[in-house]
Design a protein around this ligand. Structure first.
Ligand code: SF4
Length: 510
């Protein structure tokens, strides 16, 4: 007899079976639960096995911006098994070792389960700033060892409220700022309160933190997103009009060539599955720029070790090749003319740009980056020949980056703008398999909605942001979001089935 099982059903059954097999290992802990036990006959093997009912609790992995869905199988107070959610359209039942170990965030004797109030004094800022060496700094920290006492939530919340109230009252008294009649304070950067969030906040928490800031009258809000991708957001916003990525993670499986400027195989392991899918099914060419021989480099067709921080020169050479070495130059192709009108590029704009990239010859870029001119030419030729502008949009390339690319001192003005402009001029934006993907550091949501983030929040691109997709997917509603800018209906959230239909090339992605 042949048993027909979908991949999803198989993964679910496997997870349940694994949970059942793991239960005996819990020994006494499980025996005490004593509920929902069932004996199952083992068929041809003979005998019976006892299975304790476990319920599945869906959570989101907090470790990287993939935001994989995890199912914790819980019996009583114990997590007895962890598996990737087979319903997730991000990780499809798989987990990397970090996600697999996420149960340790719950089941960990070091976890603090109640608020703690500091009792020891903090090091005075003057003493910290007067330390001139590492040893002097360590001495200051050791002089004020942190001491804590446990508190109830009620005590902790009233402690926080009274501290905030005291700070605001003394600020108002010293500056003469009046409290407004409706109870709100004046908004301003001078208000001595700052709210700092991170991408670990859920969307609802981010929304409420902004509400709290407005109520307190401060516009001092910041987040981990500033160090993570502020260069990405500000560069893309001035180039494209919004600061988010132009390719969804599922799009990368349709790329014909990918330039990696990070190592997703290590930093965002399950995102790399999508790249590998493209490699397996359409032979996507992987080119990795990394001074290190990373796991991504290991899977690449070409690994280009280069001098760290010289990414912009590499990207400008790609344009130099396209305009000055290729025959015919891309600006003589009809597709380029239509791109110029699509992107509103004038002849003067193009002349300015060509003047800039003309000096980035292979020899000059080799001097800057340490890469041989031949290797630069090989890479540029592969990337340009597989671009939308050269192939009439039969092929496209993706530029992928993450931390590192974003954190050079010249990331905002030079590197990321160069990547964005390369993609625009090569016709790689706005098509499946083209664009840029950039992976963030942490999961779950956008940072608190500071004014800097507003464009991102308002943009339809947020429906392609892993955080937003994850949040929508978590509800498992299959809700629909159309992108009015890049093509109506390209993105449907939460429904695996619809993905194939979204691809212009007609091939189901998963
Ligand atoms: S790829 Fe990222 S989100 Fe997914 S399991 Fe690993 S660490 Fe967690």
């Amino acid at each position: 007899m042949t048993i027909q099982l979908s991949r999803r059903k198989l993964l679910k059954l496997t997870a349940l079976a694994s949970a059942a097999l793991a239960l005996p290992a819990l020994g006494q802990g499980v025996t005490q639960i004593g509920r929902g036990r069932t004996s199952y006959a083992l068929g041809q093997i003979g005998g019976k096995t006892e299975i304790v009912a476990a319920s599945s609790v869906p959570v989101i992995c907090t470790y990287c911006s993939m935001g994989c869905s995890i199912d914790f199988y819980v019996a009583g107070n114990n997590i007895v098994w962890t598996s990737g959610s087979p319903d997730s359209y991000i990780n499809w039942g798989a987990l990397c070792p970090k996600g697999k170990a996420a149960f340790q965030l719950v089941d960990n004797e070091l976890r603090v389960l109640q608020p703690m109030i500091r009792t020891g004094p903090k090091p005075p800022p003057d003493e910290i700033l007067s330390a001139n060496t590492w040893d002097e700094l360590v001495a200051v920290v050791k002089k004020y060892p942190p001491q804590w006492r446990p508190a109830t939530w009620e005590e902790a919340l009233s402690y926080i409220a009274s501290r905030i109230s005291n700070i605001l009252n003394s600020w108002r008294a010293s500056t003469g700022q009046p409290k407004q009649k409706d109870g709100y304070y004046y908004l301003g950067a001078q208000v001595p309160i700052q709210i700092i969030g991170s991408s670990i906040l859920t969307n609802e928490e981010a929304y409420l933190s902004k509400k709290l800031a407005v109520f307190l009258g401060t516009n001092n809000m910041d987040s981990q997103y500033r160090k993570c991708h502020s260069s990405t957001v500000s560069s893309l916003a001035v180039t494209y009009g919004w600061g988010a990525e132009t390719a969804s993670i599922e799009d990368v499986a349709l790329a014909d060539v990918v330039l990696f400027f990070s190592s997703p195989a290590e930093a965002h392991p399950l995102s790399f599955n999508y790249f590998l899918k493209g490699k397996k099914e359409r032979g996507t060419i992987f080119i990795t720029f990394d001074p290190r021989y990373s796991r991504t480099a290991m899977m690449s067709d070409i690994w280009v070790p280069f001098r760290s921080g010289t990414d912009a020169a590499v990207l400008l050479y790609i344009l130099h090749y396209a305009f000055f070495e290729r025959n015919p130059p891309i600006d003589q192709l009809p597709e380029f003319q239509s791109l110029m009108s699509r992107w509103n590029i004038t002849g003067d704009d193009l002349a300015d740009l060509k003047q800039l990239v003309q000096s980035y010859t292979a020899q000059e870029v080799s001097r800057i980056t340490g890469v041989s001119p031949d290797l630069l030419r090989q890479v540029a030729s592969i990337y340009v020949e597989n671009s939308g502008v050269v192939t009439g949009h039969k092929k496209h390339g993706i530029i992928q980056w993450a931390m590192g690319f974003t954190q050079h001192t010249n990331a905002t003005i030079n590197i990321i703008r160069a990547a964005a402009i390369v993609q625009l001029l090569l016709g790689n934006v706005g098509y499946p398999g083209g664009g840029r993907t950039r992976s963030g550091a942490t999961a779950t949501s956008r940072a608190p909605p500071t004014s800097r983030d507003r464009a991102t929040r308002a943009s339809p691109a947020i429906t392609r942001c892993p955080g937003a997709r994850r949040w929508l997917g978590y509800t498992r509603t299959g809700s629909y979001r159309a992108c009015p800018t890049l093509g109506i209906g390209r993105y449907r959230i939460g429904h695996r089935k619809s993905w194939g239909a979204l691809s212009r090339r007609g091939a189901p992605l998963i």
